[in-house]
Design a protein around this ligand. Structure first.
Ligand SMILES: NC(=O)c1ccc[n+]([C@@H]2O[C@H](COP(=O)([O-])OP(=O)(O)OC[C@H]3O[C@@H](n4cnc5c(N)ncnc54)[C@H](O)[C@@H]3O)[C@@H](O)[C@H]2O)c1
Ligand SMILES: O=c1ccn([C@@H]2O[C@H](COP(=O)(O)OP(=O)(O)O[C@H]3O[C@H](CO)[C@@H](O)[C@H](O)[C@H]3O)[C@@H](O)[C@H]2O)c(=O)[nH]1
Length: 445
């Protein structure tokens, strides 16, 4: 089989590489010449564990190619995936201009029957718009080439993308013809042989499934953040509560970790887009509006604890941050809670020194030199008045606390990810704050 994947970002590059890995002939296309030039040199545009080796291996095998030339790549393809961005527009709705531009390009250049699949996260009705764009472009050419559209939303998580793609819980495919179903079944056959289920449905349901999945996960997180905040007020321990409720199989153990709010390129924008879609159709997503509002507030929780601890006197304090990316094992800074925390610290007159194992270069694009980037986690701590744990990278989990004590000016840790043991830190002489657990430090008057 021969396929094209248009858009070589987090989703497109992983999708293309994983299909090549199971033996399919893939061309990944991007509009960004620099990205494609770098990929030809083996330089990846994103950090994703294991991806570089997999790209190299498949390029060497001749199964994976990169190009900016959509017209060449699309010719004779069985399937073309659209995997470009769908960022939020000013009103929160998903901006479809990149998706529709690709659809137009496909219509301008396709040469034979193919299935055009939206992999990007798109609102209900988008596949119909994609079909219309392609038909318009074909009509302009005076061509009458048969094609199908399909919706195949992607559920991978950054930092675990390869595993999520190769071993999916399920593959959701929206189709409107038997021919498209056959092509998609053939494409995903290697995954089906490994026992991963494919769920065929109508196209609008597939499009909605993606938003419903992300919104449900975001709801779990906001719900737990609300519970965590209440635990803290009431003297309960949210870690215990999490274990207590997670052992009920109906609730489950995943995505109930409280923290400093969900970030990333998906949950914030997809929750917004679903609220907007509903509004446009005369329906009010009350639960999701609350999910969003809790999340906005949660991003300030760590800053508020710092402010309270120092009695509001933050000017001139040196604050160390461990972690910048929105979650571990990625360099993605989109909607990272660290950005909100840093903005508040800087506005309060603090200086900020941060260390992140991979996201500092990416962070610099947004933050410039408003903060200092440390060479390692200990470098960040020199003379610090407080340490904020922002991203739970594995290497921050068991640090050398005695070295930390020597480096820091004040032994205060504000843990936004609940990775340390409050009792242990207290014994070591640290003042320790986390999320959803009442600490017995004396509050300043
Ligand atoms: N990032 C994730 O974890 C994730 C997971 C599942 C679904 N999604 C969805 O997948 C889509 C892509 O997300 P992403 O994070 O990979 O985006 P991204 O910004 O990392 O990548 C998008 C790529 O598309 C390219 N592009 C834009 N217009 C183009 C055009 N006309 N022709 C060719 N290339 C073009 C850009 O240059 C960029 O490289 C979004 O709809 C997103 O919601 C993302
Ligand atoms: O218990 C939890 C789990 C996650 N998070 C936060 O939630 C955000 C998103 O995390 P995660 O879902 O692991 O990362 P993403 O890469 O954004 O993946 C989500 O968004 C993708 C894009 O749509 C989907 O494909 C995935 O299925 C979906 O999990 C991050 O800020 C996490 O810190 C929590 O606060 N508590």
């Amino acid at each position: 089989m021969k396929i094209a994947v248009v858009g070589t970002g987090y989703v497109g590059l992983v999708t293309g590489t994983c299909f090549a890995e199971v033996g399919i002939e893939v061309t990944c296309i991007d509009i960004d010449q620099k990205k494609i030039d770098n990929l030809h040199k083996g330089i990846l545009p994103i950090y994703e564990p294991g991806l570089e080796e997999m790209v190299t291996r498949n390029v060497e095998k001749g199964r994976l190619q990169f190009s900016t030339n959509l017209s060449e790549a699309i010719k004779g393809c069985d399937v073309a995936f659209i995997a470009v961005g769908t960022p939020p527009g000013e009103d929160g709705s998903a901006d479809l201009k990149y998706v529709l531009a690709v659809a137009r390009g496909i219509g301008e250049h396709m040469s034979s029957y193919g299935v055009i699949v939206t992999k990007s996260t798109v609102p209900v009705g988008t596949a119909a718009k994609v079909r219309a764009e392609i038909e318009k472009a074909l009509a302009k050419r005076g061509e009458d080439i048969e094609f199908d559209v399909a919706s195949n939303p992607e559920f991978l998580k950054e930092g675990a993308a390869i595993d999520d793609f190769l071993k999916p819980d399920r593959i959701v495919v929206g189709i409107s013809s038997e021919r498209a179903e056959d092509v998609m079944t053939k494409l995903y056959k290697p995954f089906l042989l490994n026992g991963h289920p494919i769920i065929f449905m109508d196209i609008p349901s597939a499009e909605m499934t993606k938003y419903a999945a992300n919104s449900m996960l975001a709801t779990k997180i906001s719900f737990m953040n609300d519970i965590a905040n209440l635990c803290e007020i009431m003297g309960a321990d949210v870690n215990m509560v999490r274990r207590g409720i997670g052992s009920d199989a109906r609730i489950g153990t995943k995505f109930i970790y409280p923290g400093i709010g969900y970030g990333g390129s998906c949950f914030p924008k997809d929750v917004k887009a679903l609220i907007k879609t509903a509004q446009e159709n005369g329906y009010d997503m009350q639960v999701l509006r609350a999910v969003e509002s809790v999340n906005e507030d949660q991003k300030s929780v760590l800053f508020d604890k710092v402010s309270k601890h120092f009695g509001g006197q933050l000017k001139g304090l040196k604050i160390a941050l461990w972690g910048l990316s929105f979650k571990p094992k990625t360099d993605d800074m989109r909607e990272a809670p660290s950005l909100v925390i840093i903005e508040k610290l800087l506005a309060a007159g603090c200086t900020v020194t941060a260390y992140d194992p991979v996201a500092m270069k990416e962070a610099e694009h947004t933050l410039g030199n408003s903060i200092t980037y440390a060479k390692d986690e200990f470098d960040a701590l020199i003379d610090a008045d407080a340490l904020l744990i922002v991203t739970e990278w594995p290497e921050f989990r068991v640090p050398n606390f005695s070295v930390m004590s020597r480096l820091m000016k004040q032994k205060a840790i504000f843990d936004g990810r609940n990775i340390y043991d409050a009792k242990e830190l207290k014994e070591l002489g640290f003042v320790y704050y986390c999320i959803g657990i009442k600490t017995d430090h004396k509050e300043p008057a």
